[in-house]
Design a protein around this ligand. Sequence first.
Ligand code: SF4
Ligand code: SF4
Length: 357
Amino acid sequence: MLDRIILHSDLIGLVDELAHKRRIIGPVVRDVPECDPPLRYFYEEVERADQLDLSFNYCVYSPKRYLTPPNETLFAFRREDSGFTATPEYDRRPTVLVGVHPCDLHAIRLYDRVFDLEFRDEHYFARREATMIIGLDCRAPCTDGVFCKDMGTNTIEEGFDVMLYPLGTDGDEGNIRYGVMFGTKAGREWLLYSRQSAVPTAADERAFEKYRAEKEAAFSFALHTRREDLPQLLGRSYDSLLWDATARRCYSCGSCNLSCPTCYCFNIAEETDLAPGSGRRQREWDGCLLPEFALVAGDHNFRAKAASRLRHRIYRKAAWVQERSGLVGCVGCARCDRACTAKINSVEIYNQLAEEV
Ligand code: SF4
Ligand code: SF4
């Protein structure tokens, strides 16, 4: 059941009002001439809501950098007569993420879980709690190669403040009529107080039913194995020759990790000031495909071979993360596959392993 109906023009007006209090992050189209096609979408900060393009297919990167940035200071430290003092740094800027697709919402749900598993990461939650999320459903696959239906991530019922379902256009060309579902009290209050939205009619509910049926038909499966069976498949594939054969093409560049909305590994480094006695503890993204990822003191590398790094990533995505968190470790967005210069493709890996077994 829908909670409300809102027109695109009214939504843009409301997001503009939010811009007085929050930074607005959403899909923006950019001309990238070296790409084919050259128009690409990126989540960026905007000053006005009409700079957003909610008709985007997919954003090259997910919005994860606005919740856990590539580099951040965890705390500053200083040596004093009585010992060291450490002053934590938290980013609590009020933010709204606009136009987050279901796969990326699943990835954010995973972050909410893993950053609170054994130890609550206050730096992550400072940003997360200051962030309002306006989700945007996809009527059809955003591009070729995605396997979100296989991973159960092309729809979502929670993890947003407000979710928009583009039901069709209303009168004027391009004025989309969104069905709205509330995910939180904050989302409900934001939209209801504005008085810009309407109560859904019986015709709206019928349009929503039709939308869901068309969406179900538009997405197809890409994997030859059910998601639930992937851990078992991998369990039998540890010694497969596929790891070596595929990794021969791998450049160990880590692009697959960096473009992935569910990769959350990071490195910690101390940065000291020129004057002795003070500095900062920094956190930065890391990637398990990078050769130094598993390098430890004594020059021992637990995964010195590209094949073992590739296998590690695939096991994490399809088995280990879910084992630990209870949520899927891969949302099937295929960003890793698109980012890979060597054209190493996750779906092909799973399907080849299924064939071998
Ligand atoms: S592993 Fe690839 S397909 Fe899965 S979530 Fe990460 S980028 Fe998307
Ligand atoms: S993006 Fe491709 S080439 Fe680069 S590390 Fe990942 S699998 Fe290897």
